[in-house]
Design a protein around this ligand. Structure first.
Ligand code: ZN
Length: 362
């Protein structure tokens, strides 16, 4: 087996001037420095008012983000979407341009089945359109029924709903949509947002699901790849140095209302090692509180997360909820949001001790 040569992705990205690349792909920026904005490089997004900004992400790599449709990524993604080429071709092109040096790489013994995506696959523009339309409608008369469901029935905080771009789908007769989007009647639309704030996925919670039919509708896989989890944020912006991990968006919004950034697992069965590793990466140096449902599936997911997150050096506190409850119903019954307490700044060597939550009195 021979040795082949290739560019190192991170080396290529660190050498690339993303602003200059966007100038070339999208036309010159409007504005200068940190205020510079470009037209979106995604070909079928007519971004008449430039909505793309550039920030420096983790590990010093520049990222772009389209604020009107949620597109975004690295210089590699920009080149891929603008030129219709694949990740390998984009890395080679940028490597040649920046004078990066190819290094010897021993071929892998066997190709692994999982293809490596440069960043979460983009949510199709038709799906982003649906999420943005629903976001507007939640605050209009057409969305009133959904708003009442969220605020009156589930006790969610309107400011948190706004901060997380939650929407109202009044149903297919009122809101036209592309094929492949949920169409089983009115529902609340919960966007999954990545660490950069881009909309990468969504779920629609039907208000009146038919008997034996799913409560949630997802886009088809042609329109978006299910990230199995989504990040949610408190309304105020600055979040506590603790991340709460919940099942489903409504529970995450409850944690947001108490000032915590929260991860919504899209189903308890999704606490896979890959998902746990992604959560760990974005949790960074913060502690994690597990507030999963008080059923067998929730306890199994908590066990997986406990092990996986601690392996990544994250301090984990398990907050087992009373049997048969989730965070949303438990807090509703308790008429208060649990105070999870200030986090300890350094991971404790021994197993973390779960705070004993007061059992709500009915
Ligand atoms: Zn765009």
């Amino acid at each position: 087996m021979g040795v082949f040569r290739r560019y190192d992705r991170d080396d290529v990205l660190s050498r690339t001037d993303l602003g200059a690349l966007l100038d070339e792909l999208c036309g010159p920026a409007r504005g200068l420095g940190r205020g510079a904005r470009w037209h979106c490089p995604v070909p079928d997004h007519v971004d008449a008012n430039p909505s793309v900004t550039v920030t420096v992400g983790r590990r010093g790599i520049e990222r772009w983000k389209c604020w009107s449709m949620g597109h975004g990524g690295t210089a590699i993604d920009a080149l891929c979407v603008a030129r219709g080429i694949d990740v390998k071709e984009a890395i080679e092109e940028l490597g040649r341009r920046t004078g990066a040096v190819e290094t010897d790489v021993a071929p892998r013994p066997r190709r692994t089945a999982r293809r490596v995506h440069e960043s979460p696959r983009l949510l199709a523009p038709a799906a982003v359109d649906y999420v943005l339309a629903a976001e507007r409608l939640l605050w209009q008369p057409a969305g009133r029924r959904v708003l009442e469901y969220l605020v009156d029935e589930r006790g969610l905080d309107p400011d948190v709903l706004r901060a997380n771009r939650v929407g109202a789908d009044p149903g297919p007769r009122t809101l036209r949509r592309a094929t492949g989007l949920p169409k089983a009647g009115p529902g609340a639309v919960f966007p999954a947002v990545d660490a950069d704030g881009a909309i990468v996925y969504f779920q629609t919670r039907y208000l009146t699901p038919a008997r034996n039919r799913p409560k949630y509708g997802n886009p088809t896989s042609e329109l978006g790849a299910n990230p199995k989890h989504g990040w949610t944020r408190p309304a105020g912006g600055a979040a506590a140095e603790v991340v709460v991990v919940c099942e489903g968006f409504p529970d995450a919004y409850v944690a947001n209302a108490a000032g915590y950034e929260a991860v919504a697992l899209l189903g308890a069965a999704t606490a896979t090692p890959a998902v746990t590793a992604q959560i760990a990466r974005q949790t960074g140096r913060r502690a994690a509180v597990l507030a999963l449902d008080g059923d067998d599936a929730g306890r199994a997911a908590a066990q997986q997360l406990w092990t996986g997150l601690r392996r990544c050096g994250i301090m984990v506190v398990d907050l087992p909820l009373p049997s048969g409850t989730d965070l949303n119903s438990w807090v509703r019954a308790a008429h208060q949001v649990p105070d999870l307490g200030p986090p300890r700044p350094v991971p404790s060597p021994g197993p973390a001790v779960a705070p004993a939550p007061a059992i709500p009195t009915p």
